[in-house]
Ligand binder design. Structure first.
Ligand code: NAI
Ligand code: AKG
Length: 532
């Protein structure tokens, strides 16, 4: 049974699927401190948050069973991603569910700014009928600059067009062609700050976007412009904005987000009549909260059940078409990695993976993560997974080289995993998926084999001498170990050789020790394959 903790207010309707699942227990505990979370997190397999819970390294470290942190929303800046990746915890978000809602909030803020709605409301309900102080401006024929033309920025631009605005857009991924299709103008940040009557920002907060609008930008803006931030506090520098408002450069600003949330009561935005604010309400609609909770719950369920999932923010995304091609190789890849790691005891310096045939044409990164997981599982056990396998390898200065080639030695697909070892040797395992027959290991070091990687394997290196196969068989038989299949590989008659035996049960250590006592045998070891 999996246990999932919901630590922020998340739509009940949205998490219903998780609540209804027979194999999941969902517990809601809202408003816990970091200390309290550290105390209880060891019981849980999944954690669902919105933006109130700060998921720190200490919480993640205490989460011994934690497989996934789900963010019901877009921004994951309240989650320590680096720590989650190191610990192999998948972080997912719900990127699409609140796009329209947040766009509508930004638009509402822009209209409220243009017509002084919050200020006029406050005065009217206080009993003052003041029609002179609130002369507004139209949006029609004004220029809107949009910084960040992703999901939300693009929706804002679309609505602005419908209001008769001219839209200038900037985003590192916005092409001339896409801008043209949307009926907007691709512009630079400088074009936007110099020419816009309204500016709205829709980027994440990154080192690059922090303060993207600051003193220098305000200095060249049109006098009387208006500015909106419904993205993240810090994208527009707060102090520079207050200064620009006081200098009359900015006629009005609307902020849904703050550098520190909630802001202190003496925050300069809170007593400035030209700055209107909301308490991070961008995503707060019934629809958005339901959407994001549904999305994130579904993915958490997939992750807990070891099923394919999407929207992971600490694993690179893969197109579904690529994923469906790679999926059948995941288990084989892990097995090749684990076998390669177990047939040597020397330290690994480099992992070289070669994909040939069908696999040479696709982005194989997800498969490489599985192979690395297999290699590292010998030493990291269940602490390694596809989220942290690459990170763990690199952190230990293990070089990872991936190559692709057309030559397949007659197979339609071939994966070769070569571990370059500290002692100058290599540990190589090659495998393929045979249509209709399944997984096969076809190479171990310099030997060609044909081995189905299932059950328990014994790997023996020996000298090719008449009678050795019989001796090994007899020894195993005497110890009640039944041989299901056997493969022998040698390069020259009477030279170095290997034997790989598939046996029906785990081999006692003492039997392996007896095998090594045979004069022809150099090494004998059991190879643990994966359970699936
Ligand atoms: N106020 C609220 O409640 C909400 C706030 N947000 C915030 O809105 C932001 C945008 O959300 P989405 O549109 O869904 O994300 P998105 O990922 O679809 O779009 C973000 C865009 O910003 C662009 N970008 C990155 N660096 C940039 C730079 N230096 N200059 C210009 N553009 C840059 C990216 O290329 C991307 O296209 C999120 O990062 C989140 O922080 C999102 C939802 C609700
Ligand atoms: O209301 C929330 O959960 C915050 C939404 C948000 O900022 C986001 O999704 O990035």
């Amino acid at each position: 049974m999996f246990k999932v903790l919901v630590s922020d207010p998340i739509s009940d309707l949205g998490i219903q699927k998780l609540v209804d699942a027979d194999d999941v227990v969902v517990e809601k505990k809202i408003g816990l401190s970091e200390e309290e979370l550290i105390q209880i997190i060891p019981e849980y397999d999944g954690l669902l948050v919105r933006s109130q819970t700060t998921v720190t390294d200490k919480i993640l470290a205490a989460g011994e069973r934690l497989k996934v942190v789900g963010r019901a929303g877009v921004g994951v800046d309240n989650i320590n991603l680096e720590a989650a990746t190191q610990r192999g915890i998948i972080v997912i978000n719900a990127p699409d569910g609140n796009t329209i809602t947040t766009c509508e909030h930004a638009f509402a803020m822009m209209m409220a700014l243009a017509r002084h709605i919050p200020q006029a409301y406050a005065k009217t309900v206080s009993g003052v009928w003041d029609r002179k102080s609130f002369l507004g401006v139209e949006l029609h024929h004004k220029t809107l600059g949009v910084l960040g033309m992703g999901r939300i920025g693009s929706e804002v631009a679309k609505r602005a067009k419908a209001f008769g605005m001219e839209v200038l857009g900037f985003d590192p991924f916005l092409t001339e062609e896409r801008a043209e299709k949307m009926g907007i103008t691709l512009a630079s940040v400088d074009d936007i700050v110099r020419n816009a009557d309204f500016i709205t920002v829709h980027t994440p907060l990154t080192p690059e976007t922090r303060g993207i609008i600051s003193t220098d930008q305000f200095a060249v803006m049109k006098k009387g412009m208006r500015i909106i931030n419904c993205a993240r506090g810090g994208v527009i520098d707060e102090n520079a904005l207050v200064e620009a408002v006081n200098q009359g450069i900015v006629a009005g600003a609307a902020f849904d987000v703050f550098e520190h949330e909630p802001p202190q009561p003496d925050h300069p935005f809170l007593n400035n009549p030209k700055i209107i604010v909301t308490p991070h309400l961008g995503a707060s609609t019934v629809e958005a909260q339901e959407n994001v909770a549904i999305d994130v719950s579904e993915q958490v369920l997939h992750i807990l059940r070891d099923e394919p999932f999407k929207n992971a923010v600490n694993i690179p995304p893969v197109a579904p078409s690529v994923m469906s091609k790679l999926q059948p190789y995941f288990v084989l890849g892990e097995k090749l990695g684990t076998v390669a790691a177990q047939i040597t005891n020397a330290a690994i310096q480099e992992i070289v993976v070669n994909y040939a045939g069908d696999l040479s044409e696709v982005d194989t990164q997800p498969l490489t993560r599985h192979i690395l997981k297999g290699v590292l599982s010998r030493h990291f056990g269940s602490d390694v997974n596809i989220v942290n396998s690459m990170h763990l390898a690199k952190a230990r200065q293990v070089n990872i080289v991936v190559s692709k080639s057309a030559t397949t030695k007659g197979f339609t697909n071939l994966i070769s995993v070569a571990l370059k070892l500290e002692n100058g040797e290599e540990s190589i395992v090659g495998g393929t998926l045979l249509a209709g027959y399944g997984e096969r290991i076809v190479q171990i070091n310099k030997f060609t084999v044909d081995l189905e990687p299932t059950g328990h394997l014994i790997y023996i290196s020996h000298h090719d001498k008449p009678g050795i196969i019989g001796k090994v068989g007899t020894l195993l038989g005497n110890n009640d170990v039944n041989i299901a299949a056997m493969q022998v590989g040698r390069k020259t008659v009477g030279g170095e050789a290997i034997m790989v035996l598939s046996v029906d049960k785990e081999v006692p250590k003492k039997v392996l020790e007896e095998l090594v006592q045979l004069p022809e045998v150099n090494t004998a070891q059991e190879i643990a394959l994966l359970s699936k």
